[in-house]
Design a protein around this ligand. Structure first.
Ligand code: ATP
Length: 269
């Protein structure tokens, strides 16, 4: 990466926060910080609510951090730019900072835009002492870009970041006006699993399925695991249909069998 076109911008128009299962605390926070003020500009002015500051999400992989960031873009009718910090880093002096700047410039051009920075800990303060000192410059560049929020340069740019190890994230990045709220995203509980399964089965031909029972049978699975269960069940029904020449609905049997084959991708957290 190095030029604007290297950073892919999506437009997740159809995705809504309601499509994200569970994560109520994160949804509430997003509603208070961005969504309610943006939907009610007169109230935003009345209360002097700024749109500065971003969220830092942390928790085990596959539980929907990227997905909820994409859904925020959907809610806002915004574009979505998702990057992994490890893809920003470059061994050549100056390139990582340039990449970081280009990401924010792309977001400003495409505003309103939600920027999602995954693996933020790759810039970790702890690592910067052991790895090349260029990391320090990259952190400083990110601070400069985030502070653009103050000067109005970042109007319409919303930053969400994620990490599995928040204690590795530089404290300067977590000051007020920057990534100033840290929220834990845990693996889904039973009601959240039910919602996630419903979402991933919504456009598929299904028989009557006891989602509550299926949610109970999938304890320990992440959102990504559950998406995979639905995919694998669809595959089974499709293959049967292809073999027999008659369309067979996806049934409880397919889903339970698929669930058995999935090994939970996250360790107990
Ligand atoms: P990582 O830390 O590995 O990036 P993540 O927390 O960002 O993980 P996602 O990439 O958002 O996880 O999840 C992967 C996929 O799993 C999503 O694209 C979505 O299909 C599904 N998924 C995960 N969590 C949820 C959820 N809460 N509701 C609906 N689908 C979900």
């Amino acid at each position: 990466p190095g030029d604007a076109e290297a950073w892919d911008v999506e437009r997740p128009e159809a995705l809504r926060l309601a499509d994200v299962g569970g994560m109520q605390e994160v949804k509430d926070r997003l509603e208070a910080a961005f969504l309610a003020p943006l939907r009610n500009p007169e109230l935003q002015r009345l209360y002097g609510k700024s749109l500065r500051g971003g969220l830092l999400l942390y928790g085990p992989p596959g539980c929907g951090k990227t997905f909820i960031a994409r859904a925020v873009a959907g809610e806002l009718g915004a574009s979505f730019l998702s990057v992994s910090v490890s893809d920003v880093l470059d061994m050549w002096t100056g390139n990582s900072e340039r990449n970081m700047h280009e990401i924010f410039q792309t977001a400003r051009r495409q505003a309103p835009c939600v920027v999602f920075l995954d693996e933020l800990d790759a810039l970790g303060a702890k690592r910067s002492r052991t790895l090349h000192g260029g990391l320090r410059n990259t952190v400083n560049q990110l601070l400069t870009e985030l502070d653009g929020i103050d000067s109005g340069a970042n109007d319409g740019v919303f930053v969400l970041a994620a990490t599995n190890v928040p204690w590795d994230v530089d404290n300067a990045l977590r000051r007020p006006g920057r990534l100033d709220r840290t929220l834990l995203v845990l693996p889904p509980d039973a009601p959240a699993r039910e919602a996630i399964l419903r979402y991933h089965l919504r456009d598929r031909p299904i028989e009557s399925i006891d989602l509550g029972k299926l949610a109970k049978a999938t304890d320990g699975l992440s959102g990504a695991d559950l998406a995979h269960v639905c995919e694998a069940a669809a595959e089974r029904a499709l293959l049967d249909s292809a073999r027999t020449g008659t369309v067979r609905m996806i049934g409880m049997k397919d889903l339970l069998a698929a669930a058995k084959e999935v090994l939970p991708s996250s360790e107990p957290w």
